[in-house]
Write a protein that binds this ligand. Structure first.
Ligand code: SF4
Length: 386
C-alpha cells in the first residue's frame, strides 16, 4: 500500500473542523462523544464507558476568530479563543460533553466559560495530582472513580472490569504503534516525513482507537518500503508544542528547512504514558498507577525535584539528535517558563538550540523556515551555535 491515500485521509480529518467523522461515528453506533482539551486525559475510561474520546486542539489556521477574542485578554495564547469560536459557531455541537484537564489557568478559565456557554452539557474540569506520593495517588484514584461514574451516567453503559481491560488493551496497542512510528522516523527519517507523522497523530484525535491503530500499522508497512531519498539534513528534537498545535504549514516549513525532526512533543496526550497499562483484576487502579509512575516529563506536569532539562538532554542523546528547536505557543506560560531549564541543561551538555514562538494560525512560516534553516546550516558548518 502507498502512504499517500492514508495521509490524504488524515489531512481531510485534520481540516474537518465541524467533526463530520465524529457525527458519522455517532450515527453509525448510536453512541455519544466526549471532547477533551490537551494535554492528557485517560481515554481508556471514556472508551470503556462506551463513549468516543475526541481530542480538541483549537481551530488551527482554518478558523477566523471573530467572537472568541472578546472572551480573553490579548496576552494569552490562541487555543482558547478558537475553541470558543468553534463552540459558538456550533462546530462542536456533536460533542455530548467536554473534559478540561488542569494544565494552566487559561484552560481553567475556559472550562468555567464553557459551563456558562453550554449549561446543558456535561463539562468537567479534571484535576491531576501535583504530589507523586501515596496522598497524590489516593487523590487521583478518587478523581478517576468519580469521572468514571459520571461517564457511565452519561452513556448508560457500565464500565465493567472486562470493558476497562479491553480498553486498556486497545490503548496499549495504540501507544505501541505510535512508539514504533516514532522509532522508525528516528532511525530512517526519510521514510517518515514529519508532516505525515503529525497528520497521523492528529487523526487519532477523532478516530476510534482500534481504527487508528490499524491506520498506523498500514502506514508503517507502507513507509518501511517507501522509496524516498535520504537527505543531508540535521537531526533535531522539537519541544514545547504540547498544547496549542502548530499549523501544518509550519510543520512542513520546519521539515523543509534542512531539519529532520527525530522527536517532538506535539499531540503529546497520545504518548503521555511511557509503557503499557497492565490488565488485571483492578483496571482502574492500574490506570492510576500508570499515570503516577510512568509518564513523560513535560511543562504541565509538576514533579518536585524532577530535572526536566535532564529529560531533554537524554531525549537528544537517545535520538542521536544534533540540536533542539524550542517552539512554544505565544504567551504559553508552561512552555515558556520551562524553556530556560531546558536551555541551561543543553548549554551545559554542549547541545545547540534555537527558539521561537508561534500561534496555531501563524502565517509567517517563511520566517520560521529561515530560522530553522539557518540553525541547521550553523550545525553543519560549525557544530554548535545558538
Ligand atoms: S497553549 Fe499553553 S497557556 Fe495556552 S492553554 Fe495550552 S498550556 Fe495553557
Amino acid at each position: 500500500m502507498d502512504t499517500q491515500p492514508i495521509i490524504d485521509r488524515c489531512e481531510r480529518l485534520y481540516r474537518d473542523i465541524g467533526l463530520g467523522s465524529v457525527q458519522a461515528w455517532k450515527q453509525r453506533t448510536g453512541g455519544k462523544a466526549i471532547g477533551h482539551l490537551p494535554v492528557y486525559v485517560p481515554r481508556e475510561l471514556i472508551h470503556a464507558a462506551g463513549l468516543l474520546p475526541v481530542g480538541i486542539m483549537g481551530g488551527g489556521d482554518d478558523v477566523e476568530i471573530i467572537r472568541g477574542d472578546a472572551y480573553f485578554q490579548s496576552y494569552i495564547c490562541h487555543l482558547p479563543r478558537s475553541t470558543v469560536e468553534l463552540g459558538l459557531a456550533g462546530k462542536l455541537d456533536c460533542l455530548d460533553g467536554m473534559l478540561f484537564p488542569a494544565i494552566c489557568d487559561v484552560i481553567r478559565n475556559l472550562s468555567g466559560m464553557w459551563q456558562m456557554m453550554f449549561p446543558h452539557k456535561y463539562i468537567k474540569y479534571l484535576d491531576f495530582p501535583q504530589t507523586f506520593n501515596d496522598a497524590g495517588r489516593e487523590f487521583y484514584r478518587f478523581e478517576m472513580a468519580e469521572l468514571l461514574l459520571e461517564l457511565e451516567a452519561l452513556s448508560g453503559i457500565h464500565a465493567s472490569a472486562e470493558r476497562l481491560n479491553h480498553s486498556i488493551t486497545l490503548y496499549n496497542a495504540n501507544r505501541r504503534a505510535l512508539a514504533e512510528l516514532y522509532d522508525l522516523r528516528a532511525a530512517e527519517p526519510h521514510r517518515v516525513p514529519t508532516s505525515e507523522l503529525y497528520l497521523l497523530q492528529r487523526a487519532g484525535n477523532v478516530l476510534e482507537v482500534g481504527e487508528h491503530t490499524t491506520m498506523l500499522h498500514d502506514y508503517l508497512g507502507a513507509a518501511r518500503i517507501s522509496n524516498r531519498p535520504l537527505r543531508d539534513n540535521v537531526r533535531v528534537v522539537a519541544t514545547g508544542l504540547f498544547c496549542e498545535q502548530p499549523p501544518l504549514s509550519m510543520v512542513r516549513a520546519m521539515e523543509n528547512s534542512g531539519c529532520y525532526i527525530v522527536d517532538d512533543d506535539w499531540v503529546l496526550g497520545a504518548r503521555y504514558q511511557l509503557g503499557d497499562t497492565p490488565v488485571g483484576d483492578n483496571p482502574l487502579a492500574a490506570i492510576v498507577d500508570s499515570y503516577m509512575s510512568g509518564t513523560v516529563a513535560t511543562a504541565t506536569r509538576y514533579v518536585e525535584g524532577d530535572d526536566k532539562g535532564a529529560f531533554l538532554v537524554e531525549q537528544v542523546r537517545q535520538r542521536q539528535a544534533e540540536g533542539v528547536i524550542f517552539a512554544a505557543a505565544s504567551f504559553c506560560d508552561p512552555a515558556l517558563l520551562d524553556r530556560p531549564m531546558g536551555q541551561k541543561a543543553l548549554a551545559e551538555a554542549g547541545i545547540p538550540y534555537t527558539s521561537f514562538t508561534y500561534s496555531e494560525n501563524t502565517g509567517q512560516v517563511q520566517v520560521i523556515k529561515e530560522q530553522a534553516g539557518t540553525f541547521a546550516d550553523s550545525i553543519k558548518l560549525w557544530g554548535a551555535v545558538t
